[in-house]
Design a protein around this ligand. Structure first.
Ligand SMILES: Cc1cc2nc3c(=O)[nH]c(=O)nc-3n(C[C@H](O)[C@H](O)[C@H](O)COP(=O)(O)O)c2cc1C
Length: 307
């Protein structure tokens, strides 16, 4: 146990730092820059049952304080994950969360069942995908859908389940409580916020998909607020994500109630950000004579209302 140990309930991690899904691939490229062992865990790109080519381009657009992406869950499918990516990552000596996505409830069940016997920290269920059976409504926006999906995955997979929720919703506590009731071991908050950018010269949306997901520093206050609200509502641990680029951002998420954090788009601009954050976090905790565990949720205990 050290100052940097993060407690996810079902596991203790060496530190609270993980890359966010889709911003780190399976870690191969980053492993040439630093040892993945310095991370609390690695979160993989989404795995869907079938390989996906993703959306037509352009797939990313810059915005002030962030970026829009509409990658479209490009991945090599369950076979690619099981035969190529996972065996490599499992040799790197770092806990692994496999991000799972799908178009139907059955897609999530199929991937979870196929991964159930693997040596993993757990699965991260990406519920920000459109449910094709329900007219494209995002899974994570309806508490009943969340409950049903997580319960079904729970029944086929004994691995710890981390449910990643969408911020594009009125009341985050509803899907958060539904996930907890269905047996989720932790939550990840948040995925990207829906956005559009328009090219005034062509008079057309910039992204091939028209809309995309907003990430980066611009979304940090939204993410912090949703972590704060969810932390008040549920007793399972929360992994905070959204706009983290500095050690102070990590600390803010811990204080708001996150037990661990994920770093996404900021690592595109600075590929060595995660190892730097690991060092800076350890030094900050030493200097302040405190620990990750002591900081989690501390801001709630020091008064202040939240509308
Ligand atoms: C290019 C890109 C690809 C992403 N792919 C996934 C994905 O496959 N699964 C997922 O759950 N989230 C995905 N996300 C969302 C991130 O994991 C994260 O929730 C979001 O970007 C907010 O964090 P950030 O502001 O630190 O980037 C993706 C984000 C980006 C920018």
């Amino acid at each position: 146990m050290s100052r940097t140990t993060a407690d996810l309930g079902f596991a203790q991690l060496k530190n609270p730092l993980m890359p966010a899904s889709g911003c780190f691939g399976w870690g191969r490229e980053y492993s040439r820059l630093f040892s993945l062992k310095i991370l609390g865990a690695v979160v993989t790109k989404a795995v869907t049952p079938e390989p996906r080519a993703g959306n037509p381009g352009p797939r990313v657009a810059e915005t002030p304080g962030g970026m829009l992406n509409a990658i479209g869950l490009q991945n090599s499918g369950l076979d690619g994950a099981l035969n190529e990516e996972l065996p490599w990552l499992q040799q790197q000596g770092v806990p692994i969360l496999v991000n799972v996505a799908g178009r139907t409830e059955e897609d999530y069940v199929q991937v979870a069942e196929a991964l159930a016997g693997q040596d993993l920290l757990g699965l991260e269920l990406n519920l920000s995908c459109p449910n094709v059976r329900e007219g494209g409504i995002t899974f994570g926006t309806d508490a009943n859908t969340v409950y049903k999906l997580v319960s079904r995955v729970r029944s086929v997979c004994p691995l710890p389940l981390v449910v990643k929720l969408t911020p594009n919703i009125t009341d985050i506590t509803q899907p958060a409580l539904a996930a907890e009731a269905a047996g989720a071991n932790a939550l990840t908050l948040i995925n990207t916020l829906r956005g559009i950018a328009i090219d005034v010269r062509t008079r057309r949306p910039i992204l091939g998909n028209v809309s995309g997901g907003l990430s980066g520093p611009a979304i940090k206050p939204v993410a912090l607020s949703l972590v704060w609200q969810a932390a008040k509502a549920v007793s399972i641990p929360i992994i905070g994500c959204g706009g983290i680029a500095r050690v102070e951002d990590v600390l803010e998420f811990l204080l708001a109630g996150a037990a661990a954090v994920q770093v996404g788009s900021a690592a595109f601009a600075d590929p060595l950000l995660l190892p730097r954050l690991a060092k800076e976090l350890a030094s900050w905790l030493e200097r302040e004579n405190t620990s990750v565990k002591e900081l989690v949720g501390l801001a709630h205990r020091q008064g202040g209302n939240h509308d």
